[in-house]
Structure formats: structure tokens, C-alpha cells
Design a protein around this ligand. Structure first.
Ligand SMILES: Nc1nc2c(ncn2[C@@H]2O[C@H](COP(=O)(O)O)[C@@H](O)[C@H]2O)c(=O)[nH]1
Ligand SMILES: [Mg+2]
Length: 596
């Protein structure tokens, strides 16, 4: 458990209730809550090949009590004047970073030890607009279910609430349930379709099992990428539809098969042009414009880092998206495709097939990509190969008129070689997908990782605004526990102590009052907790919490992401020489000792 150094003082409180005569103090809290309401790149001329051959959120941050910004004393300036908006440094030697844009640290990353910084593209560099992009995926999927898989036409009239589903949920494919669980994998919130399951139903289904469910494939699906929000919503709709209209969905299509159909239809939307062609036609409609990316990339490169892109998207689509993000932009927002954006990268690997890419033993060929034609060129572990009958390869020191740094496929070994990386700990990779980008790269490979969690900006800001409420909730929970202890004490005394009649009567009276008070505090606490969570999300509450515990999603972030932040551009707000240090760990006993 970690708490930021700067906030610890505000969490200090003491509750020393020793006798029933102090009960009114418990009750006095209830109405106060306000809840009521080194570069090497390949160069290829048409007939000839030429081969050519890197500074936390620690104690130096002070929270601005009004606005929730911290002022960061920064390290040496690695940012040239030309990079106007890469403003991590200012003449005053520091700048205000909005709390929603902080980079949070689970595991130390010293940028001075990093040689190469890499990026994922979709939902990392490119933030899709869920209201248009996920709706496109939703509509395309529904259409395929009806036209190709024989689902009833009325599905075409359904609509999609893109705000409903959130990351970190788990779909129970066999039972048609959508679950939110804590870090111990205890199901805390459960819906069947869109119907909230009662506590008894939930416990009967998921509680008290001797062998705890892993909640993994094949019976469960993890909503771990923003790409999955539409399919989760559609699955819930289908579950309700089948329950209400069993005659309209063929019998053999149980919940599991319906999920499989939805998955297959979504998958096809990603492959058959349903999504990519539409984005290519009008990127501005589907992707957020972002003028922080280019300055951030420039800052990294001028600071000496090798910068790379590894995306599962293929070259043609990558080129469209990166053109949109890096320009050149035309006044109307459209951009004609150019290769200018490649200047910000040392190596680009499209069609990388992550997470397989992170396994060294994966023998997938690495092809160079002809960026004009999209044609793949054979390479021998990244070194271009001559075709039989074509002119032979030559080595030259001269800068060629056309060079290649775009590849497809391959594995992490190829990438290390291309970047001249000696140790995997020298690489920082920024991605949005815990499984696809982060887990494997850190666990298997030892790369340093940064997870982009766009939901975090709103969550952290809200947490900041609700900090007093949160403190009152902590106080109320503690109050509940202490009343319970008093009740247990009195009950024990009534049963075991030889009390005279007067003492027994007094104890019983105190006990009766305490039980009434406990019920009042319990109801108030529960209601307050519910209202608090609903401020974050009307259905699922705080992304990073389930009740008091970290959510399963938060647990994964903590375990697998060295760093995490709301937006990739936040990297440009910190010094390229920054030493990101984690906040101090706290065990529960330390909370008691230090009154945290
Ligand atoms: N075939 C499928 N492709 C999918 C699916 N969900 C996402 N995607 C595509 O993967 C890449 C992600 O790229 P990255 O930059 O984040 O590595 C992108 O092209 C998506 O369209 C799916 O279910 N099936
Ligand atoms: Mg991605």
C-alpha cells in the first residue's frame, strides 16, 4: 500500500472512544457528511542496399491546496528553445503540473539509465474518441450479427451508451454476468446483463468457493482495453434480450456462444475495413488531435534517446494515424499522407503481433516495409537480403536518398539489435494494454513500462475534489468498528461478569443504544460509500477501487506498470533526466503506528 508523502498529514486522525458515555460523538458525525442528497538504419536504393549505422513525484512536490497542482522542481534542461510547448522546464526552474497529468510511479525508473523509449500507437499515441470510434465498432458489430450470423433484425435499432462499460470489468461468458472484483478476485459488483445481482445471488454464484476461480479465459473475458467497451455492452444487451425473448434467439446460442459471435464480429470489424477505412476517411472524427506528441517526441530524441514505435496496426493504417497525429495538417484538419512523421522515430515496427512479439523465441520473420508501396522486403534478422536475380547488396557510408526504418513482424530480439540496446532494462515502453503491451514486456523481458490510463485524469481530479469526503468515510468506517467492539465488550460482560442488577440494567441499556447507533452508522456509511463511488461512475464506481480495496485493475497496474499516467504527452512535462521514484510502501500495522 502506498500513500503520497504530501498527503499523509491530512489523513491523520485519532478516535479514542473508551466508554459508552461518548456515544453522542459517534452520532455527531453522521449529519456532517453531506451525502444526503545510437542509431542504425537500413537504407535501400532501388537496386542497392546501404547499411548505416538517451530524469517523481517525491518529496520535492508540494500540493497546491486550492487547485490540485504540484510544482515540480526540475532537473537540467534538455529541451531546446525550438520545442515551444515541451515545457517541462521554465526559466523559474519549475512548473505547475496539474494533478490529472502526473506520472505516478510504482517502480523506480531512472531515465538516465534508459537508452530507448518506445510507444504503442492505438489508444496510446492515438486517443480515439469513444463516442464516435466505439460507436462505429458497435454499429459494425451489430450489422454483422444480423447480416452474417442470423440475429434478429431488431438489433439494428439498438443504441450504444459508450459511457456505461469501463475497463477492468470481467465478463462471465457462461452465466451472462458482468463483474467488478477486488485485488483478491472477490466479486464485489455483479450484473446479469443490465440487472444488478442481489448480494445473496452474488454470494451464491461467486462466494465461498473452496477453490477460487481464476476468472480467466476461456470462461471469462477481461475488458482490459478500451477497444472492448462496445463488445461488453453488446454482450449485456444480448443477455437481456435472450432472457426476455427466448424464442427470438436459437436455443443452441447460449450466453457463451453469443459472446463468441460478438467477439468474432468485432474481430472482423478490425480486419475488414469497417473501422480502419472510416478512420482513414476522416481521422479527425475518430481521433483526438494532440499537439503535445510531437514536442514530446522531439524532446526525447534531442535528449539522445532512441525512439521507436511498436504497434499491432499494419503499415498502411499506422501511416494514416501517425500522419494525423504528427502532421502536416491542412487548415481543414485533413492531411495528405507524408513520411515526415518518421523523422521522430528511429525504428517503427508495424504488424508486431504483440504480445507474441515480446517472446525472444518467437521466430517470426522481420520484414522491411517499402513505405511507398507497402511491399514487404525480406531481411535476415533485420539485414536486407537481395532477391535472386536482383542487383547485389553493397555497403556504403553515404546517406542514401531513401532509407528504411519501418519493419513488420519480427520479435524483441530484432528490435534490440536495430536499436543497439544491450540490456532490456535500458528500454522504456509506453502502452495502453496491460496484457498486450505491459505485462509481457515487463515480466518476461524486464523492460521498464509506462501504462497510459486516460480514465485516470478524471479519477484523480475527482479524488482531489472529494478528499474531505474520503477522509470522513475513513472516519466513519473506523467509528463503525469501534461501536462493534463496544458491543462485543458489553455482551461479553453481560454474559460472563457477575454484574449486580443495577450494573446489568445499565449495561443492557448501553448495549441497546449502541445497537441502534450501529445500525444508523452502518446505513449512513453504506449510503455515503455508494454516493462517493457514484461520483466516479454511475454503475461501476472508482476505476481503481472496489469498496476499500484496490480493484483488480488497480492491482494489475501496480504489479505490471513501473509508471502510469493519464496521457502519453505527460512524459513531455517532466525532465528527460528524471529519476521517477515510487512513494513509500505502507503495511497496515504502519498505519496504526504512524496514525496514517
Ligand atoms: N483483429 C483484431 N484487431 C484488433 C482487435 N482489437 C484491436 N485490434 C487492432 O489492434 C491494433 C492495436 O494496435 P496497438 O497500436 O495498440 O498495438 C489496432 O490496429 C486495432 O484495430 C480485435 O478484436 N481484433
Ligand atoms: Mg494500443
Amino acid at each position: 500500500m502506498r500513500i503520497p508523502n504530501t498527503l499523509t498529514a491530512s489523513f491523520c486522525f485519532s478516535l479514542l472512544y473508551s466508554s459508552p458515555s461518548r456515544f453522542p460523538q459517534f452520532a455527531s458525525l453522521v449529519p456532517d457528511l453531506g451525502f444526503r442528497s545510437s542509431r542504425k538504419f537500413f537504407t535501400i536504393k532501388r537496386s542497392q542496399v546501404v547499411i548505416k549505422g538517451p530524469f517523481q513525484l517525491g518529496s520535492s512536490y508540494k500540493m497546491d491546496a486550492i487547485s490540485g497542482v504540484t510544482s515540480a522542481k526540475q532537473g537540467p534542461n534538455g529541451c531546446g528553445k525550438s520545442m515551444g510547448s515541451c515545457v517541462w522546464a521554465s526559466p523559474e526552474g519549475g512548473q505547475k503540473i496539474d494533478i490529472g497529468k502526473h506520472i505516478f510511479c510504482n517502480r523506480a525508473v531512472n531515465m538516465k539509465n534508459i537508452v530507448a523509449v518506445g510507444f504503442d500507437m492505438d489508444y496510446t499515441l492515438a486517443q480515439y474518441k469513444p463516442e464516435t470510434f466505439e460507436s462505429l465498432a458497435y454499429n459494425g458489430t451489430v450489422k454483422k450479427l444480423v447480416v452474417n450470423l442470423g440475429y434478429p433484425n431488431e438489433l439494428l435499432d439498438w443504441s450504444f451508451d459508450w459511457t456505461y462499460m469501463v475497463r477492468g470489468l470481467v465478463l462471465d461468458k457462461r452465466r451472462g454476468n458482468i463483474l467488478k472484483m477486488d485485488r483478491h478476485k472477490y466479486v464485489k459488483v455483479a450484473y446479469h446483463g443490465f440487472r444488478l445481482m442481489s448480494k445473496d445471488e452474488k454470494v451464491a454464484t461467486y462466494g465461498n468457493t473452496l477453490v477460487r476461480d481464476a476468472f480467466d479465459e476461456p470462461d471469462y473475458a477481461l475488458i482490459d482495453t478500451l477497444f472492448s467497451l462496445a463488445e461488453a455492452y453488446l454482450f449485456a444487451q444480448l443477455v437481456d434480450f435472450k432472457d426476455d425473448n427466448p424464442e427470438k434467439i436459437s436455443e443452441e446460442k447460449d450466453y457463451f456462444r453469443m459472446y463468441r459471435d460478438v467477439r468474432a464480429a468485432v474481430d472482423l470489424c478490425h480486419r475488414d475495413g469497417t473501422l480502419k477505412q472510416m478512420v482513414a476517411n476522416d481521422p479527425k472524427l475518430y481521433i483526438n488531435e494532440d499537439n503535445s506528441i510531437v514536442p514530446m517526441l522531439q524532446m526525447l530524441r534531442t535528449s539522445g534517446f532512441a525512439v521507436f514505435l511498436v504497434t499491432n496496426s499494419l503499415w498502411d493504417y499506422t501511416n494514416v494515424v501517425m500522419n494525423f497525429l504528427c502532421g502536416p495538417q491542412k487548415p481543414n484538419g485533413s492531411s495528405s499522407l507524408s513520411l515526415d512523421w518518421l523523422q521522430h522515430f528511429d525504428v517503427v515496427i508495424s504488424g508486431s503481433a504483440k504480445p507474441k512479439f515480446f517472446h525472444d523465441e518467437n521466430r517470426t520473420n522481420l520484414f522491411a516495409v517499402d513505405t511507398d508501396t507497402g511491399m514487404l522486403i525480406n531481411t535476415d534478422n533485420g539485414s536486407p537480403m537481395a532477391q535472386v536475380g536482383a542487383p547485389s547488396l553493397e555497403m556504403s557510408d553515404q546517406m542514401p536518398d531513401k532509407y528504411y526504418k519501418v519493419f513488420q513482424g519480427g520479435n524483441v530480439g530484432h528490435l534490440h539489435k536495430l536499436l543497439n540496446v544491450e540490456s532490456s532494462s535500458q528500454v522504456l515502453y509506453v502502452g495502453d494494454h496491460i496484457y498486450g503491451d505491459i505485462l509481457r514486456s515487463k515480466k518476461v523481458l524486464g523492460w521498464r513500462t509506462m501504462l497510459v490510463v486516460p480514465e485516470l485524469e478524471k479519477e484523480v481530479k475527482l479524488l482531489w475534489h472529494l478528499r474531505d469526503t474520503r477522509k470522513k468515510l475513513i472516519l466513519l468506517r473506523s467509528e463503525r468498528e469501534q461501536i462493534e467492539d463496544q458491543i462485543h465488550h458489553l455482551k461479553w460482560s453481560l454474559q460472563r461478569d457477575c454484574l449486580d442488577a443495577h450494573e446489568a440494567k445499565k449495561a443492557q441499556s448501553n448495549l441497546d443504544s449502541l445497537e441502534v447507533l450501529l445500525e444508523r452508522v452502518r446505513v449512513t456509511h453504506q449510503e455515503a460509500q455508494k454516493v462517493f463511488h457514484e461520483k466516479f461512475h454511475k454503475v461501476w464506481g472508482q476505476l481503481m477501487k472496489t469498496g476499500y480495496q484496490n480493484s483488480r485493475f488497480a492491482h494489475q497496474v501496480e504489479r505490471f506498470a513501473c509508471l502510469y499516467t493519464s496521457h502519453v504527452g505527460n512524459l513531455g512535462l517532466y525532465s528527460p533526466a528524471k529519476y521517477y521514484r515510487p512513494t513509500e510502501d505502507f503495511m497496515p500495522h504502519e498505519f496504526d503506528v504512524f496514525s496514517l
